[in-house]
Write a protein that binds this ligand. Sequence first.
Ligand code: CEZ
Length: 778
Amino acid sequence: MSLVDFSADRCTLTSPTALPLAAGFLWNPHMMIHMTARGYTTAQFMQPEPSKYARAQIMEAKHFMLPEQGTYAHHPGRFFYVKDRETGSLFSAPYEPVRAPVDCFAFEVTPADIRWTIDRPGLRIELTLTLPVDDACELWEVRLTNTGKRDRQVSFYPAFPLGLMSWMNQSATHDPALGGIVADCVTPYQKIEDYFKNKTLKDKVILLSEQAPLAFETRQARFEGEGGLHKPDAIMAVQMSDGVALYENPIAAMQFDHNLAKDESVTHRFLFGPAFDEAEISRLKSLYLSEVGFAKAREAYAAYIAAGTKAIDMDTPDPHLDAFVNSWLPRQVYYHGDTNRLSTDPQTRNFLQDAIGSVYVKPETARKTLLKALSQQHANGSMPDGIRMYEGAELKYINTVPHTDHSVWLALLMEAYLDETDDYAVLDELVSDTETGEARTVRDRISAANQWLMQAVDQRGLNFIDQGDWNDPMNMVGWKGKGVSGWLSLATAHSLRLWSQILERDGRDGSAFASAAKAFNEAMNTHLWDGDWYGRGITDDDVKFGVKADIEGRIYLNPQSFALMSGAADAGKQQRMVDAIADQMETPYGVEMIAPAYTHMREDVGRLTQKFPGVAENGSVYNHAAIFYIYSLYQVNEPEKAFELLRKMLTGPNDEDYLRRGQLPVFVPNYYRGAHRQHPEASGRSSHLFNTGTASWLYRSVIEGLFGLKGCREGLRIRPQLPATWPSAQVTRHFRGATFEVEITRGRPGLTVDGQTMAGDTITDIVAGKTYHVQVGV
Ligand code: CEZ
C-alpha cells in the first residue's frame, strides 16, 4: 500500500508516524479545525473575535496560527481510548496519546469530512469528524467492530482534554439531563469594561453523547493519575469515579462498556464545542445528536462545501495536479473568501487578494469584498491597514503597524473581477466611507487610491515604505520616513497600468494613470536596476539593498516578478533576471523569496532579518511570492519555467517528497523551508499553514496562464501555454454562465469553435447556458 493515495475526492495517509504533522482542515462560517492524523487539533471559533474551546494546559499567548507548529503529549487533541477488559490491553485512536502499534491505519481527508479506519488485532475503529454549517461544534461518529474470531468485552472512552479554561473560575461535571459533560468557566479579565463585553461569550464547553455513559471523569489530573496520558489511571480502573472538576483543568472523558459478539458493531455519536447556556446546549443536542441529525448536518455541510463552485475541470498528463486543481485548490480558495481566514480585521491586502480567488469560485463574494474595503478608505484616498469586519472590531497586531501597499491591490482585484464577470456596472456603484460619510463611485475611489500612491513618493519618484509593504516584517527600511520600496514602486506601476486600461475599456480617459505608470517604471530603471536584477529598496540612510553588493539578502524575488508584470523590464533585462533567479534562488521545492537568507539582524531592513534563515519571509520558498513570479512568467510567455515552478508547489506524488515536506497535497501551504544552499537538510519542510494568498493567485495562474482561458470585454480569450512535455490537455471552463469544452493539442493550428474555424483568439457573443466545443493548438 502506498504511503499517500490522492484523488479529487480524498487523500489517504496510511501511516500514523511517517508524516507526524500531516493534517486536514474543515471550516464553516463560525469556526475552523485543523486536525492531524495522530489526533492533535488546533480549532477556533468566532464570538465574534477568534476564540478557543480546547486549550493548552497552561495559559496560551494570543497569536495567529504558528508555522511548523509542533505537537506535544498534552497538546489539545481528540482521543478515543479502547481497553480490552479481559486482557487489559489498551490503545487510543487515532493514534495519540497511547501510540500503540496498529495493523492498518488510514487517515482520510475528503472535502467535507475527516475519517480514520484503524485495525487492531480483532477490532476495527472508524472515526468520522464533520461540522454542521450553522454552529461552531464538531460532530464525531465512532464505530467499533469486533473483527476477531471470539466475543469481546471492551471499554470505550472518548477523552477530550479542555486545558486551562480560566485562572479565575473553571469547573466541569456530567449532566445527565443535558446529555453529556459540561465544563464552565469565566473568561479571565481585569478591566470593568471587559466584564460587560464578556457577558455574551460562550464560556461553556460541552461533550454531548448520544448514549448515556456508564461513568465519567472531568478532572484532568485525576484522569491521568500516575499512569499519565499514555496509560491513564481512570482508564486502567474497572470504572471511572464520576469525578467532578472544581477549579482544576477539566477533561471531558466518559466510559462505555460493550460486549461485542463476533462481527458486531456499535456506533457512538458525540458533539463537542463551545456553548453559551443550557438553552443552547439543548438546542444543539436536539438538532444534531442523533443518526438523523448527523445525516442532515452532513448533507448540509456537503452542500455548503459544494457551493464554492469551480471555474475549471482539467484532464492532463498530470493526474496528481488534476486532482488538486479540480477539487482541493478551489476549496482552499473558497475557504479564504468565505471566512476571511477567521479574522475580524483581515489585513487589507489579504482581504483584497483572497477576493481575487473568489472571482472564480463565488464572484458575488469578490464584489462584496470590494465594496466593503472601499467603505473604509481614508479621506486621502489611501487604504487602511486592516478592514473591520463588524462595527467596533479592533485593528490588532500587524494592523497597528503602518504598511504602505494596501492601495495597490484594488486595481489588481478589479482586473480579475471585470475580466471574469464583465460587471463594469460596479464602477458606478456609490460607496460611502465611514471617515467622511461621503458617497463616491467605485471608479472615483479606485482612482483616488491610485492617485494616493502616485504622490506617496520621494524625490526619485519611488514609493515610501514606512514600516512595511507586502513584506510585513520589513519594518525598519523606512521607519524614519525616508526609505523607499522598489517592489512597491513596481507594484504601483502595475496597478496604475491596469487601472488606466480598465478606464479605457470603460470608455474613459486613463492616460494620466498610464503615464504615471511609465514614470514609476523609469524611476526604477534609473535608481534600482542593479545590472542583472532590480534592488528591493533604498533605506532611510540612502543605502540600496537587495543588490549585488549585499552578501545576504542579495536578491529578492518580488521586485523581479512585478517588473515583469509592470512592463519595467525590457527583453534583455527579463532574461538576466530569470537567469539570476534560476542561479541563486531556485530549489527542488520551488523558488525562494530572498537569497541568501539573512543570518543576523540588519537594523536598516528590520524584523524579517531576525527570522531563522530559510523560514517565512527570510528566504523560504514563500509560496505567495513564488506564485507572483509564476504568474508574471505567464504574462511574459515563459511557460516552461512557469510550469516547472508551479508544479513544485504541490507535495508528492512520490514518497520521498511527502517525507521531505511532511504535508498532504490537500492544500498549498504558505511556505516550504528555503535557504537551500545554507541549510539543505531542512529545505522543503512545510509550514503547514493553509492561510495564504497563494491559493487565489495559483488558481488564477492555472486558469489564465497555463490554459490561457481569460475573460475580456469581448468574451473569452484563448491562449494556452502548456509545458512542452504535454502533447495535449482537456479543460472544461465555466465562464459567464456558459461551458467551454476545450481541447488543446500541440502542433494543431488555429482555433475552432463547434467545428468552425475562428479568426483571432477570442470567442465573442457568449450565450449563457450554452456548451461550446473548442479545439485549439499550441
Ligand atoms: O503574514 C503574512 C501576511 O498575512 O505575511 C505576508 C503578507 O503579505 C501577508 O499579508 C508577507 O509578509 O508578521 C510576520 O512576521 C508574519 O510573517 C506574518 O505577517 C505572516 C504570517 O506568516 C501569517 O501567516
